[in-house]
Design a protein around this ligand. Structure first.
Ligand code: DLZ
Length: 211
């Protein structure tokens, strides 16, 4: 594959993610690709200064469920229900998000391991919606791509909280793998999750200034 002209140009502004709180809501369909995208997004968020305890990860079954979960994340702030930290995700654990005392997310509930934790509501500065849709033989793909992309756009415009469109709409498994950096040989591709992490920090920094 030639280098081509496509892709995200680096910004000439250095964004600081250290005050930011970011939610990642991801679907579980096509998990191999999803996992690589999440790893890329989380690594980029952390490299830009976002603190691990300020990255909250939530799963939903499929991409069609993303808009409602993203909207609820935006509305509820850090009212965490079965959310997991980045460490939990990368370590393969799904323990509950337990913010450190003094962090923006408030004081952990006693024990820190109940099935549902309620915490003081803290807003997210951005939400990354991650899904992988791969075209099949029916119209299912077209309907979900269309409705999910419109709904995610509506959430960000109506709430003013940046929603990063981390949904791959691939025509084949190969396309999806390449966009997660998992392609084979010369077509290894690029992990778009990294771009979504960078977009979240950039847009969240702007919206803090505008807000
Ligand atoms: C049903 C379905 C199909 C066929 N394909 C995908 C897919 O490629 N990617 C994805 O994220 N989800 C898929 N789903 C599940 C739907 O998004 C949704 O979870 C179900 O229709 C239940 O609402």
């Amino acid at each position: 594959m030639s280098a081509g002209i496509k892709g995200l140009a680096p910004s000439n502004v250095q964004y600081d993610g250290s005050p930011l709180r970011v939610a990642i809501v991801h679907a579980r369909w096509n998990k191999t690709v999803i996992d690589a995208l999440l790893t890329g997004a989380i690594a980029k968020l952390k490299s830009l200064g976002v603190k691990e305890h300020n990255i909250v990860v939530q799963t939903v079954p499929g991409s069609f469920e993303l808009p409602l979960a993203v909207q609820n994340r935006v509305i509820q702030g850090a009212q965490v229900q079965a959310g997991a930290t980045a460490t939990d995700l990368l370590g393969g654990l799904m323990s509950l998000n337990s913010p450190k005392p003094g962090s923006r997310a408030g004081t952990p509930a006693p024990g820190g391991s109940s099935a549902v934790m309620s915490m003081p509501s803290q807003p997210f500065d951005a939400v990354i919606a991650v899904g992988v849709l791969i075209k099949g033989s029916t119209m299912h793909f077209e309907y979900i791509c269309d409705s999910v992309s419109h709904a995610l756009m509506r959430v960000q415009l109506e709430t003013g909280v940046p929603v990063i469109f981390g949904v791959l709409t691939a025509l084949s498994e190969e396309q999806a793998l390449e966009r997660a950096g998992l392609g084979t040989g010369a077509n290894k591709g690029h992990n778009h999750g990294e771009d979504w992490g960078a977009a979240a920090v950039e847009m969240a920094s702007h919206s803090r200034r505008w807000g």
